[in-house]
Design a protein around this ligand. Structure first.
Ligand code: PGA
Length: 257
């Protein structure tokens, strides 16, 4: 299976022109990449414009580049000022949605219950949620991640869960330049697999993709993909620098993953 490389642009860049330019450089340079599925997650305000590339160029989105959102609301429509629904995102051409990112848990007080509702709503709209879990500095990885997985995936069936992607993102590694060591990432990867096998049928659990995120760059990308065998990467800061992001893509390609 192809590696998933998620570009989480967060609240960047500042203008549509910059967003279009960044998207175009990445798109043009990955056309022939066969090893990775690349998902660009820009801020909401750029989604509509970037989705036009997918409509005007039929090969985009069919091969290896997809559009994702950084958040969604759990209701389909109605009086929810400022929110965006999963069906709206689906209609725009999104395939994935990041759900439960630690920055939303921290700054917007997103709870596990809200995250569970969002995951269910994404699945209903045929969007793939990228469900982020991870402990803060000083917290016990196993204790926190088990709880987040159990609550976030509550009442989700075996059939549905195959479309969920899990991203292990230790909070202390995000945006700090201090990535998780391969040993610790391996421990978390195996732990998440174990919990998923408890929650779902074994053959279903084995199909759920598990990514790593937190200070990923072109130097450490293969530590997680090749050495540990994780299914992909969630890239924040490095995805805003087109050449560095393309180097990460090339690492995946040259490793033949
Ligand atoms: P980072 O962000 O790569 O800048 O650490 C990762 C993320 O928050 O998704």
């Amino acid at each position: 299976m192809k590696s998933l490389l998620i570009a989480n642009w967060k609240m960047n860049p500042q203008t549509m022109d910059e967003a279009k330019a960044l998207f175009e450089i990445v798109r043009k340079n990955i056309e022939n990449n066969q090893s990775a599925e690349i998902i660009i997650c820009p801020p909401f305000v750029f989604l509509s414009t970037l989705s036009k590339y997918f409509k005007t160029n039929p090969s985009v989105g069919k091969k290896n580049i997809f559009l994702g959102a950084q958040n969604c609301f759990w209701e389909e429509k109605g009086a929810y000022t400022g929110e965006i629904s999963s069906p709206m995102l689906k209609n725009l051409g999104c395939s994935y949605v990041i759900v439960g990112h630690s920055e939303r848990r921290q700054f917007l007080n997103e709870t596990d219950e809200m995250i569970n509702k969002k995951i269910k709503d994404c699945l209903k709209a045929h969007l793939k949620p990228i469900f982020c879990v991870g402990e803060k500095e000083g917290e016990d990885m196993g204790f926190i991640v088990e709880d987040q997985l159990k609550q976030g995936l509550k009442d989700i069936s075996n059939n549905q869960v195959e479309n969920v992607v899990i991203a292990y993102e230790p909070v202390w590694a995000i945006g700090t330049g201090k990535p998780c060591s391969p040993d610790d990432a391996m421990r978390a990867f195996l732990f998440i697999k174990k919990i998923l096998a408890q929650l779902f049928q074994r053959n279903t659990a084995e199909k759920i993709r598990i990514l790593y995120g937190g200070s990923v760059d072109s130097k450490n990308a293969n530590d997680y993909l090749k050495k540990i065998g994780m299914d992909g990467l969630l890239v924040g800061g490095a995805s805003l620098n087109a050449s560095e992001f393309l180097r990460i893509v090339n690492r995946v390609e040259s490793a033949g993953l």
